[in-house]
Design a protein around this ligand. Sequence first.
Ligand SMILES: [Zn+2]
Length: 260
Amino acid sequence: MGRGLVLVGLIASSILFAQPKRVLYVTYTAGFRHDSIPVSIDVLRGLAPAQLEVTATEDLATITAESLQAFDAVFFFTSGELPISDGQKSALLEFVRGGKGFGGAHSATDTFYTWPEYKNLIGATFDGHPWTQRVRMMIEDPTNPIVSHLAPGFEIDDEIYQFRDFSRRRLRVLMRLDTSSVDLSAPGINRTDGDFASAWVQPYEQGRVFYTALGHFDSTWRDPRFQQMLRNALLWLTGQIEIPAHRVRRSNRGWPWATR
Ligand SMILES: [Zn+2]
């Protein structure tokens, strides 16, 4: 009984006094700038204030080995060639490799085309957006805690990305476009395999990476289903929820693209 009460007290105090984990949200754009950035900042700040303290910045000087020590994860809604030095790039990679989190939304893949390692970090390179319309999304890993709240075949209005430098050998895809909900003869389609992934995770040495291609419109950021996915992802990126390692590594066994 006494021991039980002590345990309850310890759990309660760890909940009451736990500090929120810190997320650096970078919205600097050197290319296209999305109108949804201000809404996205409000949304990320309000996701889970007791667990996630989100610092939004356009000051790229924050990306140094020293100042990143204050953060548990970095999240990008960026575009183009961000003007940071090779040393800053190394600092970001070492931050993630050492066990921290890196996440991105939408045009985070439309970023750093001339930095080869960046596409390995985030998982792919933007290659146009063939559709801007209501689409249906397939949930590929329905028991994964990041997307387990999403109904299979949920519909959403957004600008839908196509990727190159994308491989299921490296990434664990969580969500992809249901191609029966779009016109596959639309202009600008380069992929011939019908594989339009819209969210994935991967380990990056000791660190964790999450990306979602959604996020073009304010309405996406205001969508409670999208917000829940981001909340889950940021809690995972900051080590506040765990996903078994085999559900983070690539595989997608049983899906037609498993061998690619
Ligand atoms: Zn967009």
